[in-house]
Design a protein around this ligand. Structure first.
Ligand SMILES: Nc1ncnc2c1ncn2[C@@H]1O[C@H](COP(=O)(O)OP(=O)(O)OP(=O)(O)O)[C@@H](O)[C@H]1O
Ligand SMILES: [Mg+2]
Length: 567
């Protein structure tokens, strides 16, 4: 079967079983790396990149991003896991573990002379059936479970993270509050809400304890107006005092250019024959920017936010007009502010005719813009924005690594709130869904009389990797616990009077079995369904490969570096 031929194009070709086995091994290697980070008692990874930056994390997506995987098949797996992170926000580790296990079992089947096409179609069927089963029998409606349900789902997502211990109560409430603060009703159905979690800004401030993190209603910018005018000490003091620190009924202009004296572009020469005209040219340079500011002010603006700088001359004009100017706002922030307040982000004031104009419709509105001291820094807060609300979370923590990991965990949990609240559906966690599906698919397999039966049975077996890994990571007897779990689910599916046992999952701290719904271990159903789909997709993509053609890397140019090489 194996052929290793040298292609005429200067590449290498591997075909047949070895390439599949090679790919499966590469994926297994990836899954082995992140295996121990799954679950509430999972461990963290420390990654150091080529310039020495350290990241300590438990988040599957971050680990995969930093691993810089080179193997082409393993890359497919990493890409699909990243997709899970983008689309759902949580469950990346699960995708990789299931996909690697599916591949391992498929490889065994192929070695037993089952054609990969049969395995693939079996996996497809099993995945479809599994998703249907989750939707029909294993989902719970959030409204039935009460309002604690969302907080519990967040707690489950946080349980494996740095802030998942004693602080999980505090943070889950904080995250839910932030998500509630930014929600707005859908245009077509006013009873349904949209949760634009991108409107929640996360700021990190080193120092104090994690529980001193706080939520601020409004868009917090860590720019300071007092800092704007530091040029010389005397000037700073006089200007800072004159600058308004709070503006009610703010009309905001969002600019993506600097407000400073106009200088001629490099290479432009102005030749003046009459020395008396020199002063007039200088004056005109000053006037251009003055006119710009006057136009903005005349349109009714009382706050100017810019991504560029504001020089002293301009700030003087602003102070005279009694308006607030903030410089060096990050472009991404300004885009979001523009969206939330209804402003237009302007690259320049020029219009189609070549004149400079500024219209009132370009202004955004907010109830209030003011400077507030939050923890050790001064922030500018924009409250009561016209189109969409915004909230900011200010995280406190002992060091940089901790704060970065906190931010990632908060991001995961915000995604969970969004998914739970928008779809209103949750499933039990702690391996309950996987165990239920494995029992169901095993019996489903026996109803299929073709070769796919074997593949479906393997799919069922592969899902057990999740409860097994959860138990192993918690230092419990995995074989024993998973057997018990399966026994419960089997009886829930075969005996009518035991149907309530379908919510049974693992209790990892006690090493026992418990009702996951009662214990409040819940996950968004979308996260489970998507992770199954992505894992199957990844496994199928890799299984389909039976030929690997690799070009030889181009020979290095030895002209310059050659002197270092040995002859
Ligand atoms: N308290 C708990 N008891 C039992 N199982 C739990 C508990 N909390 C979470 N789990 C389980 O842990 C798993 C999630 O672990 P984890 O968050 O580490 O991985 P992930 O969500 O797949 O990946 P990531 O969060 O890195 O994107 C889920 O299967 C979930 O059911
Ligand atoms: Mg998670």
């Amino acid at each position: 079967m194996t052929t290793n031929l040298q292609l005429a194009v200067g590449g290498q070709r591997v075909t047949g079983d070895p390439v599949r086995t090679q790919n499966v091994l590469a994926c297994a290697a990836i899954s082995n790396v992140i295996k121990s980070s799954l679950g509430p008692i999972g461990l963290d990874k420390m990654l150091v990149d080529d310039i020495g930056d350290v990241t300590v994390t438990n988040d599957g997506a971050t680990i995969l991003k930093l691993l810089e995987v080179e193997h082409p098949a393993a890359k497919v797996l990493v890409d699909l896991a990243q997709l899970q992170d983008e689309e759902v926000g949580d469950g990346t580790t699960t995708v990789v573990l299931i996909a690697a296990e599916l591949l391992r079992n498929a490889d065994e089947l192929v070695k037993c002379k089952i054609h990969p096409t049969s395995v693939i179609s079996g996996y497809r069927l099993a995945c479809k059936e599994a998703c249907k089963y989750i939707q029909e029998y294993l989902t719970l409606n959030v409204d039935e479970l009460g309002k604690d349900c969302v907080v519990n789902a967040v707690k489950t997502a946080l349980s494996s993270k740095v802030i998942g211990g004693d602080e999980s109560d505090f943070f889950s409430n904080l995250v839910v509050e932030a998500a509630m603060a930014v929600r707005f009703p859908k245009a077509d159905d006013k009873t349904q809400f949209v949760y634009p979690i991108k409107n929640i800004r996360i700021l990190k401030a080193m120092g104090k304890s994690t529980k001193e993190s706080l939520i601020v209603h409004g868009y917090a910018l860590n720019c300071m107006i007092a800092h704007q005018f530091i040029h010389n000490l005397k000037l700073t003091i006089s200007i800072c005092l004159a600058m308004p620190k709070s503006i009610k009924n703010a009309k905001i202009a969002c600019l993506d250019f600097s407000l400073q004296k106009v200088k001629m572009k490099l290479g432009v020469q102005v030749l003046i024959s009459d020395p008396e005209k020199l002063e007039a040219v200088r004056q005109k340079e000053n006037d251009i920017i003055k006119e710009r500011i006057q136009k903005i002010v005349a349109a009714g603006a009382n706050v100017i936010l810019t991504t560029g700088s504001i020089d002293e001359q301009c700030s003087k004009y602003m102070i005279e007009a009694g308006i607030m100017g903030v410089r060096r706002v990050k472009k991404q922030d300004l885009k979001r502010i523009a969206k939330a307040t209804g402003a237009t982000l302007l690259m320049s004031l020029s219009n189609m005719e070549g004149d400079e104009t500024f219209e009132t419709t370009m202004l955004g509105e907010a109830e209030e813009v003011y400077v507030e001291r939050i923890s050790d820094d001064e922030c500018i807060l924009i409250k009561g924005t016209k189109n969409q609300n915004a909230a900011s979370l200010i995280l406190r923590g002992p060091n940089e690594y901790f704060l970065d990991e906190m931010e990632r965990s908060i991001h995961d949990s915000l995604c969970v709130v969004k998914r739970v609240m928008e779809s209103k559906k949750v499933v039990p966690g702690g391996g309950a869904v996987e165990a239920a599906l494995s029992i169901y698919l095993e019996s489903f397999a026996t109803t299929i009389s073709s070769r796919e039966q074997l593949a479906i049975a393997e799919f069922a077996k592969s899902l057990l990797v999740i409860p097994k890994t959860l138990a192993t990571n918690a230092a419990k007897d995995a074989t024993d616990l998973v057997a018990k779990l399966r026994a419960y689910h089997n009886s829930s599916q075969t005996k009518k009077e035991h149907i309530h046992l379908k919510w049974v999952g693992l209790d990892l701290s006690e090493g026992a079995i418990r009702d996951s719904v009662k214990a409040g271990v819940l996950e968004p159903s979308m996260s489970k369904i998507k992770s199954l789909k992505f894992a199957t997709e990844a496994a199928i993509t890799i299984l389909r490969i039976d030929d690997l053609i690799k070009m030889e890397p181009q020979k290095e140019d030895r002209k310059y570096g050659g002197c270092m090489d040995e002859e």
